[in-house]
Design a protein. Sequence first.
Length: 63
Amino acid sequence: MFLTICPRAEAYIDAGSGSYLLQIAIASLLGASLALKSSLANFKAVLLRKRAPKSGSPENEGA
């Protein structure tokens, strides 16, 4: 019942909270880009290992 008669809230985000939220957003974007870059590098390494020639190369002929 109290929620229905409550007057308009005068809420704001102060400078400390705003800068903290901005810092969280930037850190999240940088962290996600680093994770994506690392995952793509690992995926690329797996693909390149699978496509490597298995016979006919000097390393695989034996001495």
